[in-house]
Design a protein around this ligand. Structure first.
Ligand code: IMP
Length: 181
């Protein structure tokens, strides 16, 4: 049995495509202020250990914009809540370098041990929001090699190239090697 600890239904649906038996558990856990997603995830995995039964997954992601030296990065959730996509587009007004990287770190607690799986997706920030699917920064991000934003893709299309998709694929390989799924 695998649980994902999140309030984000979209993340759940994306990961469930790979692990159909996945269960969503809405429980609060501390997201510490740290320099890396890896530290945030490790802390949360340890915090959850006595609180969750069985195997569980958490996902921490961020958008790293080159022209802003990696901002909002580990602050992506706070920045999205405060200034949102409009705010990011304003910060990039007149900026030619639109390159950005999405990164996901998935933390897996499996049979008493913690494991991390990382996925990235390079792409660019467009000039106005497009699309209604997905969540968060999806309407302003076009992955490399595409013209549509994540918000203009289906869940499966996004999973095929996304940071989260790439992290999940590594986790799925790990679990298949152990006959866990
Ligand atoms: P967290 O992983 O939930 O802490 O996400 C940090 C911020 O990035 C939140 O504002 C999310 O909405 C946003 N975010 C996380 N993953 C994605 C994604 O796949 N697409 C767009 N935005 C995302």
């Amino acid at each position: 049995m695998f649980s994902i600890i999140t309030h984000n239904k979209n993340k759940y649906m994306e990961i469930k495509k790979f692990i159909p038996a996945l269960r969503m558990v809405e429980m609060e856990y501390p997201e510490i202020q740290a320099d890396t997603l890896e530290e945030v995830v490790m802390f949360a995995l340890q915090y959850l250990r006595p609180r969750i039964e069985g195997n569980y997954i958490i996902d921490d992601s961020g958008l790293f914009i080159d022209a802003l030296n990696g901002f909002p990065g580990v602050y992506s959730a706070y920045v999205f809540k405060t200034i949102g996509n409009d705010g990011i587009l304003r910060l990039l007004r007149g900026v030619e370098n639109r390159s950005a990287t999405f990164k996901t770190v998935i933390g897996l607690h499996y049979q008493g041990e913690n494991f991390l799986f990382t996925g990235i997706c390079r792409g660019s920030i467009i000039y106005e929001m497009r699309g209604n699917n997905g969540f968060g920064y999806d309407p302003i991000f076009v992955p490399e090699g595409f013209t549509r934003t994540f918000a203009e893709m289906s869940t499966s299309e996004k999973n095929a190239v996304s940071h989260r998709g790439n992290a999940i694929k590594k986790m799925v390989e790990f679990l298949k090697e152990r006959d866990a799924i």
